[in-house]
Design a protein around this ligand. Sequence first.
Ligand code: TMP
Length: 395
Amino acid sequence: MKKFLDLGLQPLANKYLTRKEIKNKKKEQFYHLEVGFDNKTKLVSILNKVPSQKMFDNSYPYRSSMSKTMTESFKKLSKKIIRVFNPKLILEIGSNDGSLVKNFNKKKVICVEPCKNLAIITKNKGFKTYAEYWNINLAKKIKSNHQKVDLIYSANTLSHIANLDSVFKSINYILSDDGILIIEDPSLLECLKRVAYDQFYNEHIYVFSLLGIKHIINKYNLELFNVEKLKTHGGSIRYFIKRASNSKIKIHNNVKKQLKVELKYKMDKFKTYSEFKNKVEKSKKQLKAIFGKVKNKNKKIIGYGSTAKSVTVLNYCNIKSETLEYFVDTTPSKTKKYMPGTHIYINKYEKKLLDDVDYIFLGAWNFKEEIFKKEKKFIRKGGKFITHIPTPRII
Ligand code: TMP
């Protein structure tokens, strides 16, 4: 793994601080956020990995059901899974609060979710839930209880697990011979194109490309048979995978097409990543200049969507509450808390909190359209947005 980017000292992204923790001056854990490229495996990953137990514990705040975009995407996919694959038993790795599994018959799904505060949600709704980390021991336990599964789905989870060999070995163990594996995660190509360096934080150990996925799954005699581009999480890819021995499923032309695009973008070359680093440094300078200019005019700036991504941006660009007064967010487990590192307060979203605001920093830039639609009044009144994607600018 060769380093190409240094995003400085960063706090753990989803560790929002309570009022009490701020008052008691709780010492936060910081780690050095550096990103590297492996020329052999074509994987891009952060170099200093934080142990899973420190990230995915019993108070994990992220809820996939909070976003309409995500729930609609899951609903659409569920219909497709039933129509095209009609699986007898589905396993979801990283089932979060159950926004995908709720679209299926309870008897046909198994949830795996190590964050106990989330696992309890699906458990209470009657879904078989294992509140454990995904590894070979769990795969063995599930197989002895339920036999093999014929569809495994995992969204925005495998990129959070350091040991990919363990991940795919365990999948390989439990997947039936004609089973299907569907994974989706943020796309490295979109991240590079949009200079979305905030896709990197402690939980995003990997940002995958098709090149990287292909390399790792080939080791386990698995192969890609289709890919779909998604708008979720600022541009994601959904990978459809089967056993190489299963010749019943044809390989879609999309696989070749995506590979060609990635190679054209030279994603197999280190130079692309060192050029990305230059773009990131430029982006930081430009964003700081925008915030400085707006603040000099005594304008009120707040943040919209206290995302893990914005933790990376604000800490990297050293933007604190003197500049950005507070965030608004709809997720109950984040509100009335403080942003990691910068200690900017997160208010529970209320429309009236935007009344005297001049500028909104789009922390959730990946929901730009959804937010613009919702905040028509703010826009009509002359309110402006600040974004750093793809280049820092005022909208
Ligand atoms: P994510 O980018 O990690 O999915 O997080 C998006 C965050 O933005 C999440 O905390 C919810 C928040 N959000 C709002 O507060 N209002 C909105 O209208 C949308 C779309 C998201």
